[in-house]
Design a protein around this ligand. Structure first.
Ligand SMILES: C[S@@+](CC[C@H](N)C(=O)[O-])C[C@H]1O[C@@H](n2cnc3c(N)ncnc32)[C@H](O)[C@@H]1O
Length: 280
């Protein structure tokens, strides 16, 4: 997958440690919904390992839950190969370390790639998060790469944990985060990424489902890491990041008006947005 050429500048500044410690995972329910809508368990691979791609795998948060889901739900003896495509070296290293410490059954093989670069990678499923939002519009070339890698009828599934701003505290938090984004910086909330799937003949119309109720719990440090790991903040100079960390820290401490305490657990409620489409 020719990914590097299409890497948005803001996608180069990930801090793998903070990403891993601060970002939420995905609920079993959300993974079950994306798997069901993309027919993950029910296609034939003629006795060979089925290949699925986790595009923009980061530190492997989605990779791991997909692996667990397959290990628990698939009866396929041939097993699976998950190809995790991730252009940032630090993220790939973290993914490899974490995967190596897992007590995996060997029906799930992992291959980590920087980008496929050629035509050798063909698969039935691509799962992605944030990739779509990082496609530099109006250049649709990443989409055509995804199209080439999928077999006809293959599925592209997209998944995002979106903070649930129906909670007043989360709406305030969103305002604080929003103040660090510059105009036109790619992010889910702009919905610009959806335009890639409009007026085109490569993929079927995008479908969507929302799964509510996922709550990320963590210490104050995890919460601060979570926001420092956003590309819009991670790309700033260290001195500015220290100031921003202070601002998020005060925000969370003041949310516990009764007894602000660094040892308490904080919560962020999410709705998980799931989208899927098929290669035509
Ligand atoms: C928000 S992270 C998502 C990581 C992981 N999938 C998760 O669910 O936590 C997005 C990842 O996409 C990668 N990325 C950005 N642009 C990409 C591109 N054009 N091709 C492949 N990966 C890309 C970034 O390096 C980053 O690790």
């Amino acid at each position: 997958m020719d990914t590097i050429g299409h890497l948005h500048p803001s996608a180069k500044s990930w801090d793998a440690e903070k990403y891993e410690s601060g970002r939420p995972s995905y609920s079993t329910e959300a993974v079950t919904v994306i798997a069901r809508n993309t027919n993950l368990l029910s296609f034939s691979s003629f006795g060979k390992r089925k290949v699925l791609v986790d595009l923009g795998a980061g530190t492997g948060k989605l990779t791991r839950v997909l692996g667990d889901f397959l290990a628990q739900n698939s009866n396929d003896k041939a097993g699976y190969k998950i190809v995790a495509v991730e252009p940032v070296q630090e993220m790939r290293d973290k993914l490899a370390d974490i995967w190596a410490t897992r007590c995996d059954d060997n029906s799930i093989e992992l291959e980590i790639m920087e980008g496929s670069g050629g035509d050798e990678l063909i698969c039935k499923h691509i799962f992605a998060k944030s990739i779509a939002e990082q496609i530099p519009l109006p250049d649709k070339s990443v989409d055509t790469v995804i199209h080439r890698v999928l077999i006809p009828g293959g599925y592209l599934g997209l998944i995002w944990n979106v903070r649930d701003d129906s909670f007043p505290l989360i709406a305030q938090l969103d305002d604080l985060i929003g103040s660090y984004y510059v105009l036109n910086e790619p992010r889910y909330a702009t919905m610009q990424w959806k335009r890639v799937f409009e007026d085109q003949l490569l993929f079927s119309p995008l479908q969507e489902q929302k799964v509510q109720g996922y709550v990320q719990k963590g210490t104050l440090q995890m919460m601060v890491d979570r926001f420092l790991s956003l590309s819009a903040i991670g790309s700033r100079p260290e001195s500015e990041k220290t100031q921003i960390a202070g601002r998020f820290s005060s925000f969370f401490l003041s949310s516990k008006a009764e007894s602000p305490d660094e040892t308490e657990l904080y919560e962020i409620p999410y709705k998980t947005m799931i989208y899927w489409t098929r290669k035509l």
